[in-house]
Structure formats: C-alpha cells, structure tokens
Design a protein around this ligand. Structure first.
Ligand code: ADP
Ligand code: ADP
Length: 229
C-alpha cells in the first residue's frame, strides 16, 4: 500500500531576482510499513522533500499524493487537517512548547483534533510510557535531557496515530548514546508497523533504515535496500 507518492516534483525558492532549485525532478514512493532513509549532504534538498511529503509546503511542479489524495487540489485548511491527522513530525530542535509539561505537549495535537480531555490524557500518558518517560509526565522541557525531549517529541508525533512519521535529523542535536536510544525507539515503532521516513546526512543513522535513497543537488542519485537492518 502506498502511503506517499512523490511524482516528478520540482521546488524552486524565489527570493527577489534569485532562484534556488531545491528539488529538480524527484520521484519516490513510501510504502506502508517501511523504514525509509533519505540521505544526502547539506543543501541537497532533504528538508525540502520532507516538508513537501508532510504537506508543510507545496511543490512548484509535479504532484504529491498522500494516501492517494493529490495535495495540489487541497486548500490550506485541508492541508492542515492532513498534517494533524495523518502525519507525525519529529524535528532536530524538538520544537516542544517550553511552558507545557511533557504530558501537555503530547496532548496538544489531540486538542487540535478535538479528542475529549480524559481520552487524550490517557493516550498521552500511554505514549510517554511507550517511549520510556512514564516517570517524567509533569516535567517541562527545560527539566529534561535532549534525548528525553526528543522522546517527548516522538510521543507527540504519535498522538493522532499518523500514517507516517517524518523525522528531520532527529539525532542531530544529541550525543551519540542518546542518538542511538532514539534510533532504537524508531526501530521498535517500525517493528510494530509504523511507517517512518528519516532524512539525514549521517551514515550512522542511515544504517537503521531498510531502504536508503541518496540525494544530491535536488535529485535522487541512488537507492539501495539495507540488508543489515
Ligand atoms: P538539506 O535539507 O539537504 O540541507 P534543504 O532542502 O534545506 O537541503 O535546501 C536545499 C536548497 O534549497 C539549499 O540550497 C537551500 O539553501 C535552499 N532553501 C531551502 N529552504 C529555502 C527557503 N525557504 N528559501 C530559499 N532557499 C531555500
Ligand atoms: P530545519 O530542518 O531547517 O532545522 P525544522 O524542520 O525544525 O527546521 O522546521 C522547519 C519548518 O517547519 C519551520 O520553519 C516551521 O515553520 C515548520 N514547523 C515546525 N514544526 C511544525 C509543526 N508542528 N507543524 C507545522 N509546521 C511546523
């Protein structure tokens, strides 16, 4: 089953008279249940591709299908709905709200989705227990380590049972031990059936995926199945 289809996508950023071609004809299918790594050097277009797959932005040319729905046909509020209900984002900088506790951060996407309070409390607690933070429910981000903050972010990303988790350099701000723990969580989630896409420049991260797509200058230049994962 196809979760996301990227079809001959170009993305051009225009700033005054300058143009940057961030994506130059990218095609890619994300299959249900896979753990896909998009690898490439800085500036190769990874973040742009991830943002397009997550409906944070639209392509200049080409089409993206999320669960067979063409993204170009959707208005902003429909896109926001897809983002909140079908996509889970994990960022390098965690992007937690500093004044909220771990539990409240995880509840937030469920508030937007209209989930009743008792239900979202219970779900947030279960998700934090799943990522090993059952004893940190009422801590605020500043009271947590980087690895713990990223675990809260993963729990938040899972709150509305997304079709796919999209992660942008999720270990980029972590020491190698915390980074390994985060990658172990992604692997366990994937073993339970969660579809995952990680973009990274780091070959150590790429080892954990079961398919690796390599980008350079806005294009996919190679693709391989990871037999060791
Ligand atoms: P990567 O994630 O591989 O580092 P990006 O997708 O962030 O690559 O960037 C690809 C290219 O597009 C780079 O040249 C970058 O400078 C440019 N770019 C990315 N975002 C923007 C933006 N919002 N405005 C202008 N140029 C951008
Ligand atoms: P980078 O990859 O360049 O370090 P991030 O991936 O952290 O940056 O965030 C990139 C952009 O995504 C931000 O400019 C922000 O506008 C947007 N963004 C971040 N979090 C969310 C979210 N939860 N929902 C929608 N958009 C978001």
């Amino acid at each position: 089953v196809e979760i996301i289809r990227v079809e001959n996508v170009k993305k051009i950023y225009r700033m005054g008279d300058n143009e940057v071609k961030a994506l130059d004809g990218v095609s890619l299918v994300v299959e249900e249940g896979e753990f896909l790594i998009v690898m490439g050097p800085s500036g190769s277009g990874k973040t742009t591709l991830l943002h397009l797959m997550g409906c944070l932005d639209k392509p200049t040319e080409g089409e993206i299908y999320i669960a067979a729905t063409a993204v170009s046909k959707l208005n902003d509020s429909q896109l926001a709905k897809i983002r909140n209900k079908m996509i889970g984002f994990v960022f390098q900088q965690f992007n937690l709200l500093p004044r909220l506790t771990a539990l409240e951060n995880v509840e937030l996407p469920m508030i937007y989705a209209g989930v009743p309070k008792a239900v979202r409390r219970k779900k947030a607690k279960e998700l934090l227990e799943l990522v090993g933070l059952g004893d940190r429910l009422h801590h605020r981000p500043t009271q947590l380590s980087g690895g713990q903050m990223q675990r809260v972010a993963i729990a938040r990303a899972l709150a509305n049972d997304p079709m796919v988790l999209l992660a942008d350099e999720p270990t980029g701000n972590l020491d190698s031990k915390s980074g390994e723990e985060i990658l172990k969580i992604f692997s366990e989630l994937n073993e339970r059936g969660q579809t995952i896409v990680i973009v990274t420049h780091d070959p150590e991260v790429a080892k954990h995926g079961d398919r690796i797509v390599r980008m350079r200058d806005g294009k996919i230049v190679s693709e391989e199945v990871n037999v060791h994962a």
